[in-house]
Write a protein that binds this ligand. Structure first.
Ligand code: NAI
Ligand code: 2PC
Length: 319
């Protein structure tokens, strides 16, 4: 149906998008994507143009999921920021369409969607790939993704100890004093990951910050940053010795510096593990290389819109 799109702010999106609803929908979407049935899911690798003058990139991330009739695109600008810069490193907007008419139903803040859906996918990877008795979580980086990852990992799992390291110690301290629950601030990435069961890398690094020799046997790494073919977060030794899972094989082959530059072999997609067509090799060191997918934004936007229609939209009409 045509009409003016509704505008949903960051506060509204944050409130309406909850992990317990989001995680199962993402699992279905990742599984469907990995079946490569184009009558069910269409999601090309994002197209990215450089914003050279400002050290950034603009990514366009469309997706159509016929199985739940969701048509969506996210536009995300992301930047390589200098140390000490106060400018945001990622800014996103999501458009949700009416697939039958082609009009835009909703324009949504994409920052909250990006933060929550990325963290939720990492939680899915951890659920499938981390050691059975995981007690220690280590987070490298202390920005937006660090917060959302902390939130969903603490909500989903029972870690006994959480450690954080950040390039600027004061930012790690701010992180530790902001989140609900005890977090140990570490002076080096090496100390932070020593003996950790699960390691989340959420930095803007373009050179490795995590090295294979520091990672304990069987640990699981959710590698979220380094989304350009010449950017790295993990070193060659870690990439080559781990069993490497990805969100999208095509995305990884096009965009992941950790995979392309290390020459590491990709074992398969998370969706294949969800579908049961690929084993979860929990006994080995596993890396889940996340780059982000349009289907993850689409699932999130649809959830937000459904929630808004069933709650806030009704409230507005009554008032
Ligand atoms: N895989 C995915 O789906 C997504 C990935 N990302 C990526 O995740 C990363 C983190 O994103 P945000 O938390 O939003 O960014 P942010 O700017 O809020 O936080 C970045 C963190 O990285 C640290 N950092 C920056 N340069 C560093 C370096 N050279 N070495 C070590 N640490 C460094 C900063 O101090 C900060 O703690 C970015 O690379 C971003 O592009 C973002 C959204 C989705
Ligand atoms: O999926 C996403 O939105 C992004 N991945 C890397 C930067 C932003």
């Amino acid at each position: 149906m045509s009409g003016m799109p509704i505008l949903l702010s960051k506060d509204v999106v944050t409130r309406l998008l909850v992990y317990k609803d989001l995680i199962p929908r993402l699992e279905v979407a990742l599984g469907m994507f990995s079946k490569r049935d184009s009558s069910e899911v269409i999601q090309p690798v994002r197209s990215v143009i450089p914003i050279q003058k400002h050290n950034g990139f603009l990514g366009l991330m469309p997706a159509y999921m016929a199985y739940e009739d969701t048509l969506c695109t996210k536009m995300v600008a992301f930047y390589k920021r200098e140390k000490g810069s106060s400018l945001p490193s990622t800014q996103a907007t999501v458009l949700l369409f009416d697939p039958e008419y082609g009009n835009v139903l909703a324009v949504m803040d994409g920052d909250a969607i990006t933060a929550k859906r990325t963290a939720a996918v990492s939680a899915i990877s951890a659920k499938l790939l981390m050691p059975a008795q995981s007690e220690v979580l280590s987070i490298l980086g202390s920005g937006h993704q660090a917060f959302s990852h902390y939130e969903v990992f603490m909500e989903t799992f029972g870690f006994k100890e959480v450690r954080v390291w950040s390039r600027r110690r004061e930012m790690a301290e701010r992180f530790a004093s902001t989140v609900q629950g005890p977090v140990t601030v570490c002076s080096s990435a090496k100390d932070a990951v020593d003996g950790a069961d699960v390691i989340v890398t959420v930095t803007n690094a373009v050179e490795p910050v995590l090295f294979g020799e520091w990672v304990k046997p069987g640990a699981h790494v959710a590698a979220v940053g380094a989304c350009r073919p010449d950017w790295r977060e993990l070193d060659d030794s870690l990439m080559r010795n781990a069993v490497v899972y990805v969100d999208s094989g095509e995305g990884a082959a096009t965009e992941s510096g950790d995979i392309i530059l290390s020459g590491a072999k990709v074992f398969g997609e998370l969706g294949e593990v969800i579908n049961g067509s690929l084993p979860a090799q929990r006994e080995r060191i596993t890396v889940f290389k996340s780059l982000g997918m349009g289907i993850q934004d689409a699932v999130s936007a649809k959830l937000v819109f459904e929630k808004w229609k069933s709650t806030e939209c009704g409230t507005e009409k009554k008032n």
